[in-house]
Design a protein around this ligand. Sequence first.
Ligand code: BTN
Length: 261
Amino acid sequence: MMLSESEIKKHLSCPEDFIALHLLESTSSTNDYFKNKPKINKVEFCFTEEQTNGRGRLGRTWYSPASTNIMMSCRWILPVNVNNLNGLSSCISLALVDALKKLNINISELRCKWPNDLYYQDKKLAGILIELYTENGKISEAIIGIGLNVNMDSSPLIEKPWTSLQNISGFSQDRNYIAALLINSLYRYLQRFAEKGFLDFQQEWQLYDYLKGKAVTVSIGQKIISGMACGVDLSGHLLVETDFGKIIACFSGEASLIDYG
Ligand code: BTN
C-alpha cells in the first residue's frame, strides 16, 4: 500500500496542530526537500515513496527500492546553538527503537550502534543522517533523515549486511502505521531532548548499546582510535578505553568492530 495521509493520521498520538506532513511520490532526497522551503512554526515530516539521490553518512549513497521501505526527514527548528545539540543523533536512534517496540514483533535483539545506526543481529536495519544549519548562531535547524528497511527482502545494491522488519518478523509490515509510530516517537523524544538534552537518555542508551564491551576502531577524520567501547558519556560521546587504560571521548566519527576472526 502507498503512504497515505489519512492512514497515517489514524494512528497519530501527537498534537496534530503542531506538526505538518508532506507525502511525496518521488524526490532526490527527503533531506534536500526542506532546503529551499520556507520555515514554518511546526515540526515537519516529509515521507517519499522513492529517492533518486538518497544520501547516507560520510558521502555514501542510501539505496532503497520504491514503495518498500521508509525514507523520511523531519525538520525541527529550535532556539539553541547547533553546538548544544550533542547527542541528538543518538537520541533519534532511541526514538526509532521506541517506535519499533510498539510493533507486534519480537525486536529483543535490536541495538543502537553509536552514533546512530540501528542493528538487528549484526545487520543494519536503519540509518540516520542529520544535517544542521544555523541562523545567527541562535536558531538551529535540524534536518533529521531516516532510512528504515521495512519490506525489503532482497537488494543486490547494498554491500554491507542488512535486514528489514519483514525479514525479522516473517511478515510484510504496514508502512503507514510505522510512519505514524515514528512521528509519535520523534515528536516526544525531540521535546524531551529540547528540555533536558542527552543526559536524560544516557541510561536508555545503555539498554541498546551495540558497541559496549566490544573492540572497536573509531575513525575521526584522518585519526583512528582503537580500544574497548565502554558506553557513552552524558553528552552522548562514545567512550573508548585504549590499551594503555586511557579513556578517550569521541565526539563524532565512524565506529567499526575489530574482527579478530
Ligand atoms: C546512513 O546510515 O548512512 C544514513 C542513511 C540515511 C538515509 C535517509 S533516507 C531519508 C533521508 N534522505 C536521504 O537522502 N538520506 C536520509
